[in-house]
Ligand binder design. Structure first.
Ligand SMILES: [Zn+2]
Length: 420
């Protein structure tokens, strides 16, 4: 059934009616009449494109708070300990919990890398959220493991890419240069090319990764990936914290998209800041991610936007960098570009992935600048309604696709089993 959003305020400040037919935006006009459409009164609401989280591990929502105030090596060990116990059922429950949090916070699409991917995809199917999902491949130089990882990753793409009328996309996701051999990185790229799907990888997250790469490969990480021929416009590189200016230039020349994860980087005390101004200068596509809940504790893209602005300005001693419009674009249209979907914008023909916010909430009044309100003042609680793929999935802050209370109870129970 068509949906007609009446009288919404757009980011431009203008009011409009928006008609949704099928899974896309059919018409935007000052006044639209469609008696057969389901109507949403948005006269007190702000309509935005749904936020797009381009790097997370949704199932890790069960790990919130399991590894706090730890140095990276201890944090990794603590997370690994629960991760090895995580069952397929628990991965599904964790993803449902994450999807509930994301949808209620205006996030309509996420880019995930993990394991137990069939259950994760089935949770995405049920929740109504859009996602690009990839099996996180790790071979640690073991040839037998490499073959099986590639087989699992490829089968997942074959089984799920394009499912739910295209709401589920797949990616090929070699974890990183430190957990994958060069043979795996290259073979994974061939699969990404074969299926025309994103190549999702962690890149230059820590100084150790850079130093180890220099020692082993005599090159910094971005040059190493370039020497393997795996950089392309399909590459979605998460973090990109420890990059030189020349590495940014190199990644930009290959049309690589970056996913900045400022909260996770700061929480794990990465010690450096992704060079966003240079990324913009060289025309790199910038998008935003939260990373998993073990290193962020939240999947809020509002928090991510604000943190990015604060971090960039502070790190550069320059309040003019990371302008509010660029941050909002990174959270919307930049994410859509990275994942190659036509979303992140409110335009006729684009996917109907949208969120409405209560314009009368005290924290986002007055409306001198709606964009700065979105980046610096808004929070997930301001989101009232969410539409994904043309379907209403959150109405008046209530999830329509899932039983929220049941998911919360299940998640608490399974998380206790994992940690206990
Ligand atoms: Zn990650």
């Amino acid at each position: 059934m068509a949906i007609l959003i009446k009288g919404a305020t757009l980011i431009s400040g203008k009011k409009a009616d928006v008609l949704i037919e099928g899974n896309s935006i059919a018409k935007i006009a000052p006044s639209i009449t469609d008696n057969s459409a389901e109507k949403i009164d948005a006269s007190r609401k702000l309509l935005i494109p749904g936020l797009i989280n381009t790097h997370t591990h949704a199932a890790m929502s069960l790990f919130k708070g399991v590894a706090e105030d730890m140095q990276l090596a201890d944090w990794l060990a603590a997370v690994r300990k629960v991760e090895t116990k995580l069952t397929a059922k628990q991965a599904r429950v964790g993803t449902l919990l994450a999807a509930a949090e994301m949808l209620k916070g205006g996030t309509t699409c996420f880019n995930d890398m993990y394991f137990h991917m069939d259950e994760i995809a089935s949770a995405v199917q049920e929740s109504g959220i859009r996602a690009t999902l990839g099996y996180g491949m790790v071979d640690m130089g073991n040839e037998k493991k490499r073959k099986s990882e590639l087989a699992v990753g490829e089968k997942f793409v074959k089984d799920w890419h394009g499912k739910e009328q295209g709401r589920i996309h797949c990616s090929i996701a070699p974890h990183s240069i430190y957990l994958c051999s060069k043979e795996l990185l290259v073979a994974a790229n061939e699969l990404s090319q074969k299926y025309s799907v994103p190549y999702h990888i962690h890149l230059s997250e820590t100084r150790k990764e850079v130093f180890d790469c220099l020692e082993t490969n005599k090159k910094r990480p971005a040059y190493y990936l370039d020497s393997l021929g795996v950089l392309s416009n399909r590459t979605v590189a998460a973090h990109c914290v420890w990059l030189t200016k020349e590495e940014v230039r190199l990644l930009a020349s290959h049309k690589v998209s970056v996913s900045l994860n400022p909260v996770s980087n700061m929480k794990l005390s990465g010690g450096s800041t992704a060079p966003m101004p240079e990324m913009q200068e060289f025309g790199m596509n910038v998008s935003l991610g939260t990373d998993g809940s073990a290193s962020n504790n939240s999947l809020s893209m509002f928090e991510t936007m604000k943190t990015l602005g604060l971090l960039q300005k502070n790190a550069r001693w320059d309040a003019t960098v990371a302008k509010e419009g660029a941050i909002f674009d990174a959270a919307t249209v930049g994410g859509a570009k990275a994942l190659e979907i036509y979303a992140g914008v409110i335009k006729e023909g684009a996917l109907a992935d949208l969120a409405l916010l209560d314009l009368h909430s005290p924290n986002i009044v007055p409306a001198h600048s709606l964009v700065s309100n979105l980046v610096y003042s808004a929070h997930a609680g301001n989101v009232t309604d969410v539409i994904v793929d043309g379907k209403l999935v959150v109405e008046n802050r209530t999830l329509l696709t899932m039983d929220e209370q049941k998911i919360v109870e299940q998640a608490q129970k399974e998380a206790e089993k994992l940690v206990g």
